[in-house]
Design a protein around this ligand. Sequence first.
Ligand code: PLP
Length: 393
Amino acid sequence: MAERIIYLDNAATSFPKPEIVHETVRDFYSQNGVNPGRTGCDLAINAEQMIHETRKQFSAFFNRSLIESGKEKDPNRLVFTMNATMSLNLIINGMIGPGDHVVTSMLEHNSVIRPVNHKVREGAEATYVVPDAEGYLDPEDIRKAIKRNTRLVIINHASNVTGVVQDLNSIGAICREEGVPFAVDTAQSAGVLPIDMTECHIDFLSFTGHKGLFGPTGTGGICVADDAEIRGTIYGGTGVRSAVPYHLEEYPYRLEAGTQNLAGIAGLNAGLTWVENKGLNTIYAHEMSLFEILQNGLSDIPGVTLWGTQNLDRRVATLSMTVNHYDASDVGTILDVDYGIQTRTGLHCAPLIHQHLGSVPRGTVRFSVGPFNTVEQIRTAIRAVAEIASDRP
Ligand SMILES: Cc1ncc(COP(=O)(O)O)c(C=O)c1O
């Protein structure tokens, strides 16, 4: 990484990745880079074993209380995908058909909004629950939105625009009471905040590998609760029982087809191991201590507007801001070109929350802190924004 770059775009993807992730990808792939499950040779068995170990590792990570109570979680219900987008498509397509109703929210990423809208075009119905002014959903509003034909509630845990974190326990309890399956998009929270599928009554947990879990891009998955039901919607080769004319119903094949991202899954395993060794609390505390400095520093600058909640609890270390008289994309360009500071600008693939906050059509400048950021970098970013803002008071 160039010395001068200050990377504050960890909500897009975490960067840099821990060195152990690079080493594991290189070593595992160079030594065992064959097609798992397709042959019986030692290398293929090693590859299959690594994938299975990673299924177990992630099943345990998202089901801590179940495992600690001595119960089992079927690791085959941890399926790998290419990213959160593919996971969310598999969940929505597998649960919703014409005439069904889905409850979601205005906070969602296009990886939920678009597949839901496609379902609506094919005859389904959707309700987008409106959060409060700070971006929090009232769990009772989710209950009110549930109807007789509701087949799924799907919301994100943490917003990629404002960092606001939703109350999964209460929403999950409501879904369980109402008998509606509950899906959660943890793209911005997995590896950052503890998430327990049992405590939160989550039926389908979608994750991406390349953000807080520090895996390579092109990795992600779904953890399906052992009592949840979903249709498979991709079909193809699995490497087993090739004579069967239809795709296999059993997990993991029900939601997986084709050759797996072996190098990516090896890296994902290393990424989660790194997170667990460091400790979620330690990583979160570091990110939030820097975030507090950032938020306080930016809010003191005349002409700077912060969008969404300024709470320090129930949030992750991501914020959205704009500078008076500046287009968000110009601020991002100046930060990049003049200061070497990487942020993200625009609508961040989540147009409805910008509508709700009033930051349309141009969107915001998003800062997102990661574990490798330092106090000095944050102070440099604040000084840079102050200089930009003083140019056009
Ligand atoms: C909340 C949220 N959901 C889904 C996604 C999509 O993730 P991926 O790029 O891994 O498909 C993102 C990516 O930024 C996100 O922030």
